[in-house]
Write a protein that binds this ligand. Structure first.
Ligand code: PRP
Length: 228
């Protein structure tokens, strides 16, 4: 006889877009029912019976907001978003996918540091850019851009950009290059601190399974490297 699970489902916010596919893959690998997430249409909430979880799909900064307010227990979000918005959420693990880096980049062959004029930096991440240059003791002007930041130095809006570089293709195809790496980024699992206390067992069960899955994947990637 099937027992009815009367506990409230655990809520997990997944970042829409780039991270989504890998996130769905790893939850599928640990046995969660992700059929709804894979054929989602315009739906935003998807239930999984295996772990009694409601997955919600939201934009990256909103993952932090929902988790911070405790209406969602767990969030899957990029370290880039966490660094930019600095919300009160607890980072529990590195999911080791969505790997990329923050970099300072600009037109190929130019020396960004030469000259005495105050440099202009276009970015979707003003907080990250400001802290980077503050540490260097470099006075800059930040120009906030919402997307395709690479256009800014090409059109003469800025001297350089601070942005995410994954494959490097966007920079290359637009005649730009990395001047300096800022830091590595990957996808993180964050939790609401009260949820971690109140729903410790459910959260730990999922986290332990995800950890096992990451180890399995790393081992299989290593053996693929050895073979090739
Ligand atoms: C990100 C980032 C770069 C690009 C880097 O943009 O801002 O533009 O990806 O990836 P690559 O190194 O693999 O080329 P995204 O695709 O998220 O779109 P957006 O520029 O509209 O924000």
């Amino acid at each position: 006889m099937k027992c009815l699970d009367t506990r409230k489902p655990l809520k997990i916010a997944l970042t829409k877009g780039r991270i989504e596919k890998n996130a769905v893959e790893i939850f599928k690998a640990i046995g969660a029912d992700c059929r709804g997430l894979e054929n989602k249409g315009r739906k935003l909430i998807f239930h999984d019976d295996r772990y009694n979880v409601d997955f919600v799909l939201v934009k990256a900064p909103d993952v932090l907001t929902y988790v911070e307010h405790g209406v969602v227990d767990i969030g899957i979000v990029g370290k880039d978003t966490m660094m930019e918005f600095d919300k009160n959420c607890y980072e529990l693990m590195d999911l080791k996918f969505g790997k990329c880096k923050f970099a300072l980049a600009g037109p190929k062959g130019k020396n960004f540091y030469e000259g005495y004029s105050r440099k202009k930096i276009a970015t979707k991440y003003p907080h990250v850019a400001r802290s980077y240059f503050k540490k260097l003791g470099f006075d800059i002007e930040i120009i906030k851009i919402e997307g395709s930041v690479e256009l800014a130095p090409i059109l003469g809006l800025s001297d350089a950009i601070v942005d995410i570089v994954e494959t490097g293709t966007t920079l290359k195809e637009n005649g730009l290059e990395v001047y300096n790496d800022i830091c590595d980024i990957s996808t993180r699992l964050i939790v609401n601190t009260a949820s971690l206390k109140m729903k410790k067992m459910e959260i730990e069960d999922i986290v332990d399974r995800l950890k096992e899955e990451i180890v399995k994947k790393e081992q299989s990637d290593k053996s693929k490297e050895v073979i090739s």
